[in-house]
Design a binder for this molecule. Sequence first.
Ligand code: OGA
Ligand code: MN
Length: 221
Amino acid sequence: MRDNEDLLGGMGGDQLDGLIGRLLADGYAVMPGYFSLPVVQALRNEAMERDGLGEFRLAGIGRRQEHQQDTRIRSDRTCWLKGNTLAQCQWLEAMEQLRLQVNRALFMGLFELESHFAIYGPGDYYQRHMDAFNGNNGRLLSVVLYLNEGWQSEWGGRLRIWASPDDTVVATEVEPRAGTLVAFLSEKIPHEVLAATRERYSIAGWFRCNNTTADWLDPPR
Ligand code: OGA
Ligand code: MN
């Protein structure tokens, strides 16, 4: 793993160990500086470029037939990663290391990753939700990487996290600072994106189990 340290932008095994320890203890992990600034900058530039090309769409809720847009629940715009640039490969490689370690340590059976860029414009939000219910979409572990250099607390845009599905007391809030990686159990951790006064860039990803059965191929989107 350490051989890849440059490629992963400084991320070493210690960070990954720490992340797994937090996941095990709390069901979520907040890791500032998980990705180095050059990688984060490259990813943000790609997001801005693809936004300029009109590739972002109003985000939806649910998958396939159930897919719908509801701006009362969320109002961000998203664009799926294609894995076709160096920076995206660095993201994917770091997530692959994470996947292997988590499977080794926690036996989670993470199989594949889907991830998209997200842009929250000023005033955009995503109300309290969970990323999966009772295995409905196969999502097991959620990850979010923030791409905002020089983010100021007073700009808002924090990710609010509760410790378990029925909790009413907030467990923690995370500022969307460049390089911070958050990981949490998709079916256990409710969370909410608070509105910001500036544009807020991130990548959100979900590791899914293998839903393929003999008579039905479950395609990643
Ligand atoms: C999501 C999500 C969190 C964030 O896209 O499902 O909860 O901080 N994102 O962007
Ligand atoms: Mn979410």
